[in-house]
Design a binder for this molecule. Structure first.
Ligand code: GLP
Length: 238
């Protein structure tokens, strides 16, 4: 994997330029997006570019909480709509998020995999990383070949994400639907952004540790076109 370092605005610029370059050279029609705070500056840079070809994108989110209605402000349906679909001027019909409110979650997961495949696969997947090394919501000890499925959130992830729920842990869902590590590896290119000291340990495990499900992001060592964008604090333990 290629590792680049810079300030958070430089990293966002790099990732946005990569998306725009592939869009303009017609090698990107399906974009994978991550939620979480790290990639937000990338979406803002894309929106600011005013590139008309953005409207031709089809977008797939990585994951969604189970049990939140789609209109809940912290559901990833709402987050993606707020941070990606509207700012980039996308047609909502071309933006997909796993259905964590489905009665049959296993069927919803299978349908999501089918939809990604039917779209021709993800050309470029934007990723963040959890402090415990998760990507999407693939928690430690996920199968390295996993596909979209229901996953139980760890206590650490629920604590980390409580900030989005007014600090109230009780409000944080206990499970989710997430693309699997195998699904993520199928993307043609992945760009992972990590900023801040809280990510330094997970970043070191991902880049320099053994390929191990103990750090799910280490699976990216297997990807032929993976770029990791780090600020100084996230790169501190390399
Ligand atoms: C959530 C998301 C991940 C994201 C992670 C890190 O758990 N499911 O896709 O990478 O948060 O979030 P942040 O960038 O806010 O630290």
């Amino acid at each position: 994997m290629k590792v680049l370092t810079g300030t958070p605005p430089q990293l966002a610029r790099w990732a946005a330029d990569r998306v725009l370059h592939r869009l303009r050279t017609r090698s990107l029609s399906v974009l994978g997006v991550a939620t979480g705070s790290s990639p937000l500056p990338v979406y803002r840079a894309l929106a600011a570019s005013g590139e008309p070809a953005l409207a031709s994108l089809r977008v797939f989110a990585l994951d969604e909480y189970v049990g939140l209605p789609h209109h809940h402000p912290q559901s990833y349906h709402c987050v993606v709509d707020r941070e990606v679909t509207r700012p980039l001027g996308l047609d909502p019909a071309r933006v997909h998020v796993p259905d964590g409110a489905a009665d049959d979650l296993d069927a919803a997961a299978a349908e999501y995999e089918h939809l990604i495949a039917a779209s021709g696969g993800i050309d470029l997947q934007v990723l963040g990383i959890g402090a415990n090394g998760h990507v999407g919501f693939n928690e430690p000890f996920s199968s390295l070949r996993s596909r979209t499925r229901v996953e139980t959130l760890t206590a650490r992830t629920r604590r980390d994400n409580a900030r989005f729920f007014g600090g109230d842990l009780q409000q944080v869902p206990t499970s989710c639907l997430t693309q699997g590590l195998g699904t993520i590896l199928d993307a043609d290119e992945v760009v992972l952004i990590a900023t801040g000291a809280a990510k330094a340990h997970a970043v070191a495990q991902m880049v320099e540790g053994p390929l191990s499900s103990a750090c799910p992001a280490s699976v990216l060592q297997l990807h032929p076109r993976a770029t990791v964008l780090l600020d100084d604090r996230a790169a501190a333990q390399l």
